[in-house]
Design a protein around this ligand. Structure first.
Ligand SMILES: [Zn+2]
Length: 163
């Protein structure tokens, strides 16, 4: 199984085991994983996670308060994904778009599945007839994250300039 498939399955199992439905409550997800989230004001966007695997009560996500709610949600989901995928004992930071190591791609795939699970997309797709703005509101994600998921799932979509 590819590491990317594994990342997706890990997200799905976590949602199912903990009865989490969309839009996913990230505070609750963090609580389940024993992670504290700190919202701080720092330059730029993004988040980082401190994940001490030998000391399970020392998990902390530090997230920039200077971003939209959708960006915030994606970045928190991304850091939670690092914990779920057991990328441990490191402080993981945001990398430039080019030159992303595999564990960063894995975390993005896992985060996308946490926020926009495949099976839920299919249901919502029929409900909203592929309208990206309605879909993104439904899942509380950015338009770009929603479009990316539709592309991955090969589903038609409309009402967006990300075409
Ligand atoms: Zn990361």
């Amino acid at each position: 199984m590819s590491i990317f498939k594994r990342a997706e399955i890990t997200a799905r199992k976590f949602l199912k085991m903990n009865n989490l439905t969309t839009p996913i409550d990230l505070e609750k997800a963090a609580q389940i994983l024993g992670v504290k989230i700190a919202y701080v004001s720092f330059e730029g966007q993004g988040a980082l996670v401190y994940n001490d695997n030998f000391n399970s009560d020392k998990k902390l996500i530090i997230v920039s308060a200077n971003q939209t709610r959708e960006q915030l949600r994606f970045n928190i989901a991304h850091e939670l994904a690092h914990i779920l995928l057991k990328h441990c004992n490191t402080i993981l930071q945001t990398h430039p778009e080019e030159d992303k190591p595999n564990y960063e791609k894995e975390a993005n795939i896992c985060a996308s599945e946490l926020l926009i699970p495949r099976n839920k997309v299919k249901q919502a797709f029929y409900k909203y007839s592929g309208d990206i703005k309605k879909l993104k509101n439904h899942f509380q994600v950015s338009e770009q994250a929603m479009v990316t998921k539709m592309e991955i799932l090969n589903l038609p979509y409309e009402n967006t300039f990300y075409n």
